[in-house]
Each structure stands twice: as C-alpha cells, then as structure tokens.
Design a protein around this ligand. Structure first.
Ligand code: XYH
Ligand code: MG
Length: 377
C-alpha cells in the first residue's frame, strides 16, 4: 500500500471561543472560524485523516516526503524530523503531529484496529480532569476566586474527580497576581473538599520567588501538582523549584525538543512529573517514546491537552498518566457538545468521570463529511 495523495482542506464553522492578545481562549460572541482537514490517500483507496494541522507546511514540505511512500515503514517521519532542522519556522511539531496522526489513522483503517490496540492497549478508558480556561473578567465566568469554586462544584456534579485551574494572565491589566491565584485555589479546595484532586497551571512567567510562594501555599491545600509557573526555557529554575517543593512540579509542556528535552528534565530532576502532548512533540510516535522513557525512569507522564491522539496514547501507556486533560472548560460553554464536523465527541465522559476511547479503527472519529463538504471554502 503506497501513499498517492496528501490533501488539505479548509472549512468554516461558527465558534464562540475568541483568542486574547496572548493567544489564550475565552468565551466570546459567535464568530466565523476555520478548521483544517488533512487526508492521506493510498493506492488501495484507504485514507487517514487528522484535523488541525497547518496547511502550508503540509502542502509545501510534508507532502513531498509522503507521496510514493509505503504506508508502514516510518522512514518518512524520520526524514521530516531531519527536515525540521532548517525549516523549523514552517515545519513545526504541529505539522509533524498532523501527519503522524493521519498516518496512524491510516494504519488503523488498513489493519481494522483502533490505534491504542495497535500500540498494545493497557486500558480503554482514562479518568479526566476538568481543565479550565484561563481566568477572565466576565461576570459569572472565571472572574473571582468564588467563581472558580462555583465552577469546580459544577464540574464535580458532572462527574469529574479532578479539577485544574488556569489562573489569570495578561492581557488582563492586573494579572498576573500570585496571591489571587492562591485565593482561587483556596476557594476551590474549601468548596469541593479533600476528595477531589486539584492542580494549578498559572501564569507561565512568574519569578522563582513567586513560583515558590505559590507552590508552598498549594502544599497546604494538598494539590496534586503545579505546572509551568515559570519560563520552561530555564531548566535551572525548575531544578531549583523542584528541589524546594514537596508539591510535585509537572513539566515540560511547551519547551521545544520532544523526547530529548524530556530526557534532560528527568536526568536533571527539573520536575517530578513529565509532560507532553501529541501537538507539543510531533504526534503519537514521539509521545509513545516519551512514555517509554518515563517508564524506564519510573516517572509519571501527564499528557498535555485534549483530543483523540492524546487519548489513544494514554490508553497505550505502560506507566499511565493518571488523567486525560478535558477542556479547556468554561461555565459559559458546553464542552460536551461535539464540533459540527463530528457526529460525536472524541472524548465522551461518563457520570463517574471516565473518558472512553473509541473502539473503531484508527483514531475512531465519526466524521461528518457532508458538513465539511458544504462548508469548504
Ligand atoms: O492557555 O496558557 C494557556 C494554557 O496553559 C494552555 O497553553 C494549555 O491548554 C495548557 O497549558 N494546558 O495544560
Ligand atoms: Mg499546561
């Protein structure tokens, strides 16, 4: 079976998520938005799909590495990793992720198996944590510590057994505010009680002293972890913070460098829990290497981000991350409603807080191609 075409389509939909100047998502007025679909087509008519990749990089660069290649050998992925060295500005890890996920989807359809089973499934469901959007100034949204407590209570009633706060960040004028972040964490703990696992993902550029202050306060509140409180390009800062805290520090999330960066953080003891997601590291293939690296060191790996690629990896991890990051959530948005291009959500959660991976072949997405065709520009 050989790849004969790589097609990228852009289609329109209505979104109620707006991006602030720093790129964080918040609820907002309905707006026109665009989504991309990558389709890898073979000479036997079987296709692999992935939503969300950067069209330009895939069409200009990745396509030439894939056309004519046999499906299963992964030599073309190694070639794309090498090509990144002088094209990192265009050939991002997000582009590699889209290609990798579409190739796994293709392999799953060719072999009639879901991806997590191709990888050696360890489970078919994972506990979710509710991952909030960043704080805002929307009355009744996530505008006060009590608002976070209200939302945490709603999420607990929905079935979540864990809750992660994203604190307030610029461009809000008065943010960041370490004490206000702690006040929100304290309000949530007091509201949901001791039985719910809590985490904090605050402003990502605090000083060492501010990160230490927050960490010490979260220890008093029995938080499960804190992630990315400082610039992850300073490994030394994380080594210093991790040495100071009993609270588990989780990372790196956004630091470039895939498997190698995570290996360095483990060896240097820059965090207690490792982290990464398919869109950070270039797909399921590198993420499974990181999972096996963590297994070798006995280090937990908490997967960054929602989505079907992360869910399949989580179900195939020998040292499982404890949670699937379900979100980002907000009181004003119904996350359980699937996007219009899918007939059903890729991460359905039951009333006990378990997210179930699809048993269908490949990524297992139930795609609404009629919607895509009628909304393609
Ligand atoms: O918007 O800063 C942010 C969040 O931190 C986002 O990058 C991401 O969803 C995340 O960190 N999840 O843990
Ligand atoms: Mg994070």
């Amino acid at each position: 079976m050989k790849v004969v075409d790589v097609i990228t389509e852009v289609f329109h939909y209505k979104s109620r998520v707006v991006r602030d100047a720093d790129g964080h998502g918040h609820p907002g007025p309905e707006r026109d938005a665009a989504q991309t679909l990558l389709r890898i087509v073979t000479d036997e008519g079987i296709e692999g799909c992935c939503f969300g990749g950067p069209v330009d990089a895939i069409q200009r660069i990745a396509r030439s590495a894939l056309i004519g290649e046999a499906l299963l050998p992964r030599a073309h992925l190694k070639r794309l990793n090498v090509w990144q060295r002088l094209r990192i500005g265009v050939l991002s890890d997000k582009a590699l992720c889209a290609v990798d996920l579409a190739l796994w989807d293709l392999a799953g359809h060719a072999l009639n198996q879901p991806i997590h089973r191709l990888l050696g499934a360890y489970r078919d469901k994972v506990r979710a944590y509710a991952s909030t959007m960043c704080g805002d100034e929307l009355p009744g949204g996530l505008d006060t510590p009590e608002a976070y407590a209200d939302f945490a209570e709603q999420c607990k009633e929905r079935g979540y057994t864990a809750f992660k706060l994203h604190g307030w960040m610029p461009p809000i004028a008065w943010a960041p505010d370490a004490r206000r972040d702690v006040a929100a964490c304290r309000a949530v703990r007091q509201r949901v009680g001791d039985g719910m696992a809590l985490m904090l993902d605050p402003f990502h550029y605090y000083s060492r002293e501010e990160a230490l202050y927050i960490g010490r306060e979260l220890e008093k509140l029995d938080f499960a972890w804190m992630e990315e409180p400082m610039d992850e390009h300073s490994t030394a800062s994380y080594v210093w913070l991790t040495e100071q805290l009993a609270l588990p520090v989780c990372g790196p999330e956004t630091a470039e460098g895939k498997l190698q960066t995570r290996a360095e953080w483990i060896v240097q003891k820059a965090s207690d829990i490792s982290r990464g997601g398919v869109w950070d590291v270039g797909g399921i293939t590198p993420l499974m290497k990181i999972a096996h690296l963590c297994e070798a060191f006995g280090v937990s790996l908490e997967i960054h981000g929602n989505g079907v690629g992360n869910l399949h990896a989580l179900c195939a991890m020998p040292i499982p991350g404890a949670y699937y990051e379900r979100g980002l959530l907000h009181p004003f948005l119904d996350y359980d409603q699937p996007p219009p291009w899918l007939h059903e959500a890729v991460d359905p959660m039951d009333s006990e807080g378990w997210v179930h991976v699809s048993p269908r072949p490949g990524l297992g997405m139930n795609i609404n191609f009629d919607y895509i065709r009628s909304h393609t520009q």
